[in-house]
Design a protein around this ligand. Structure first.
Ligand code: PLP
Length: 339
């Protein structure tokens, strides 16, 4: 057993034993290779470096009380990576290769899967990049798909704590018909300045509005946005947001709990009507939001009066985590047990 301070691991990179790689050359995928190196050998003219031909995924595996490792909804991540690959003209990773790569990466690094009860998990990072040399602007003819894993601690070390966010009026993350719906690095590059500005001013993240009209909520930093109004779970519909698998799962849980679910444009003014709001994604599951500041209109929206997350967000968070760790029956068939 590895001696790591599991409960205090950051959401960061920890070196593990192995990663897996596979190259696409001459129109086909090669054999999956296992490597113990943290480095890749890449042509300096690779299309990923110059023209942003790259996509990634983020997913988790959890150690259960029963000693079994569960991967959460990997088929959804595989499908999304396919969509991202098509979005920036890259070779698509076949489902079987994706599955084999993540399962191999987990099994080869089994000693890094955090023990049950620590709140930690194993984060998986599949990555697809254009590795072929390109000087003219054109898709590459060679691609590298790899998966590395890293143990990550519980996102909220002091428990499930609400955060403050600011509305990014001076920045856009993605254009209406651009690449916002793909999980590609370029969207992150475009969001870094807004994020750093928000951090500098003491906010956890910047909330992006639709780039065309600046009227509707798009995303909450690198996460999807949702609001709770009475018995309804509301989340934005937009061409420029990344379809979060956590959000999709929360919608299923909300329906299962007897709530209504609405996926539609969410105007900024509606912020004053919500009982609870939050950001959702693999890293934190839910980041409850207690305060949203709009510096341009001077509005300040407040939630969770006692500094605690609201009851609906808390219930959704606990139920999703319970399924992920195998504490509750996997009624939606979301988990794949690593054997
Ligand atoms: C990855 C990501 C999310 C969250 O998606 P999950 O599948 O829930 O992890 C949300 N927004 C953006 C921009 C992302 O890149």
């Amino acid at each position: 057993m590895l001696n790591l301070d599991w409960s205090h691991l950051p959401f960061g990179y920890v070196k593990t034993d192995y990663n897996v790689r596979c190259y696409y050359r001459d129109g086909k995928w090669g054999e999956l290779e296992i490597s113990s190196s943290e480095f890749i050998n890449l042509h300096m003219a690779a299309s990923s470096l110059h023209y942003g031909q790259e996509a990634f995924e983020g997913m988790k595996a959890f150690m259960g009380k029963d000693g079994k490792i569960r991967v959460f909804r990997w088929e959804e991540n595989a499908r999304r990576m396919e969509s991202s690959a098509n979005g920036v003209m890259m070779a698509v990773v076949p489902n079987e290769l994706f599955k084999k790569a993540i399962l191999t990466a987990i099994k080869m690094n089994e000693r890094f899967v955090p023990p049950y009860g620590t709140g930690a998990s194993l984060y998986l990072r599949p990555l697809l990049i254009g590795s072929g040399a390109r000087v003219g602007v054109k898709p590459a003819d060679e691609y590298l798909f790899m998966v590395f894993v890293t143990p990550v601690g519980p996102y909220f070390k002091e428990g499930f704590k609400p955060v403050s966010m600011m509305i990014a009026r001076d920045h856009d993350r993605a254009a209406p018909k651009g690449t916002g719906r793909y999980k590609v690095g370029g969207n992150y590059a475009a969001s870094l300045s807004a994020g750093e500005e928000a951090h500098h001013d003491g906010f956890a993240a910047a909330i992006f509005l639709d780039a065309r009209e600046k009227k509707y909520i798009d995303e909450a930093g690198p996460a999807n946005f949702f609001g709770i109004k009475g018995n309804t779970y509301i989340t934005p519909k937009s061409d420029s947001i990344l379809p979060s698998i956590t959000n999709k799962s929360l919608m299923d849980l909300a329906r299962d709990m007897g709530m209504e679910v609405e996926v539609r444009p969410v105007p900024v003014e509606e912020l004053k009507e919500f009982d609870e709001v939050g950001a959702c994604g693999t890293a934190a599951v839910i980041s409850p939001i207690c305060r949203i500041v709009d510096h341009v209109t001077g509005e300040e929206y407040k939630y969770c009066s006692n500094g605690e997350a609201g009851p609906v967000s808390t219930k959704l968070y606990k139920r999703l985590q319970a399924i992920q760790y195998g504490d509750e029956p996997d009624v939606f068939n979301w988990n794949t047990i690593v054997e």
